[in-house]
Write a protein that binds this ligand. Structure first.
Ligand code: URA
Length: 230
């Protein structure tokens, strides 16, 4: 049971101050009866606004095809972000809708967004070893001996104490490869190739655990059930 004003504010409808006006205007009902007190407590499933059930009261989990050029940070000083792609109400939720790990501004592909912080922690923890599949193109022919180097668990990147966990590398063409990581160090794919003497030209994440983009176009998202990873 949650206070009505808090519920509406946390789900991004309006401020708590505005919720008071919405309630006074009779826009909010609980079990079919117009609410008259913003401090009234109700179960989210019993509440309607303008006759409509509440928007995802239990949480959000989204699969986004991140386009190049957007950042995953909420800090607008870092540039336009992926959250601008979402409906305004979802951008105003508390807890915030945030990305599960990050993709660089210049990386495209599969990005999960959620307001469920335990899920973020679970999916980004190296302990859980969720495999992420990337496709990279590079500026020079890749030496086949990069495959055992990536797999070795001994590749240490500049500035990192721990070596990279064993990673899969499949050479698709001499300048294109698939990389599978179970962790997410800063700029990890770019830095791993740099350690092997190559510069990444394009980077795209194709899969996250069991999930793929399928035919989702850049900038589009689809909703996932909250229990997708249970
Ligand atoms: N590795 C990178 O270098 N960049 C990403 O965006 C993701 C993985």
């Amino acid at each position: 049971m949650r206070r009505l004003d808090q519920l509406l504010a946390n789900l991004g409808y309006c401020s708590r101050r505005e919720a008071r006006d919405w309630i006074a205007d009779g826009r909010v009902t609980v079990r079919g009866e117009a609410a008259d007190d913003c401090a009234q407590k109700a179960a989210p499933a019993e509440v309607r606004v303008d006759g409509e059930p509440l928007d995802h009261p239990d949480g959000l989990l989204l699969l986004l095809h991140k386009p190049i050029g957007l950042v995953c940070s909420h800090d607008l000083r870092e540039g336009p972000n992926v959250y601008a792609l979402l409906p305004a109400r979802w951008r105003q939720r508390n807890p915030l809708v945030t990305s599960v790990g990050r993709l660089d501004k210049d990386t495209s592909g599969l990005l999960l967004l959620t307001d469920q912080s335990p899920l973020v922690h679970r999916l980004t923890s190296p302990k859980h070893k969720v495999p992420k599949l990337y496709r990279a193109t590079v500026d020079r022919d890749l030496a086949p001996d990069l495959v055992p180097l990536f797999a070795s668990g001994t590749l240490r990147l500049d500035g990192e104490d721990a070596p990279c966990a064993p990673a899969g590398l499949r050479l698709v063409t001499p300048r294109e490869a698939e990389v599978t990581l179970t962790e997410g160090k800063y700029h990890q794919v770019r830095r791993m190739f740099a350690a092997g003497g190559a510069t990444v030209l394009t980077l795209h994440r194709e899969r996250f655990g069991p999930l793929a983009l399928d035919d989702l176009a850049p900038g589009q998202w689809r909703e996932l059930p909250l229990d997708t990873f249970e």
